[in-house]
Design a binder for this molecule. Sequence first.
Ligand code: AHG
Ligand code: MN
Ligand code: MN
Length: 335
Amino acid sequence: MAKLTTLHEFIMDKQADFPYASGELSRLLSDIAIASKVVSNDVRRAGLMNDILGKQGNTNVQGEEQQKLDVIADKAFISVFKTGGEVCGIASEENDEFMPFESEFSQAGKYVVLFDPLDGSSNIDVNVSIGTIFSIYRRISPKGTPATKEDMLQEGDKQIAAGYVLYGSSTMLVYTTGKGVNGFTLDPYIGEFCLSHSNMKMPETGRTYAMNEGNISICDPGIKEYIETYCQQTQPGQPRPYSGRYIGSLVADFHRNLIKGGIYIYPSTTVDPEGRLRLLYECNPLAYIAEQAGGLATTGHERVMGIKPTELHERVPFFIGSKTMVEQAMNCLKK
Ligand code: AHG
Ligand code: MN
Ligand code: MN
């Protein structure tokens, strides 16, 4: 058997790409891998444990009912960030306000992390793929002081690293530091993430579209036109154009499209004019990965990573995936 490259070895090797790197980002990425393994273990046993499965009984700031696993994952990640020393504060989907860390040790850290601890919550109870999404920025505030809201509200273009963990048929961690995208599969026998998908590239086009089509009649007519023109069979006997695949876990839908080519759409609707997905910890990190892999991520009108955020839980319409497909969808919206 060929020798496997572990995530840890890979991170250490890549540190040489950044000549003045102090090793903090490497340690932070390793900490994320540790929290992911903890969450992965919980996910794998969820059906057996009453304290893992089901509703937490609270509603988060976005009016969504929290699941126990949302809270477990949130705590697991916060705990590694608090004890690692690289991070001075965080923001997450499950906390109304951002969280500046109080200790001197943490305030010496130069990074902030924004994350969706558990993506695809509605799929937890039915054993369907879920994930974690994270985005890392260098702080703007001076080291040695508490993290500020300004540290959190940076454009996606300022991301230092971003990634996701997919708790699917296997657990995978995929990340970028701006030099391509690499994917690691958790080998449960040795408890290590091992390089399985090096230098991932998103096919320029694909044959899969992912959208909650239950919303079609409350979307911009351009969306309907895109789906009808490019995605659906309109005449009997014609070859089937695209296949619809909507898991309802953004991470899982995105991961499939990253590998096979495809588009994911969560547009503005009359009910949710800004769409449903959150700019800072869902759209920006996946946009960074998509662009690094040769794909595109837009709001239907502009690049996601160019937006200057004004609020922590801000939402944006989201079109992400293979370059040609996203461009075609944007052209339909222009009309
Ligand atoms: P979360 O579970 O973190 O709140 O995110 C759910 C997101 C995303 O994963 C998914 O694609 C989308 O919301 C599903 O929304 P609909 O149920 O409206 O299709
Ligand atoms: Mn989510
Ligand atoms: Mn979530």
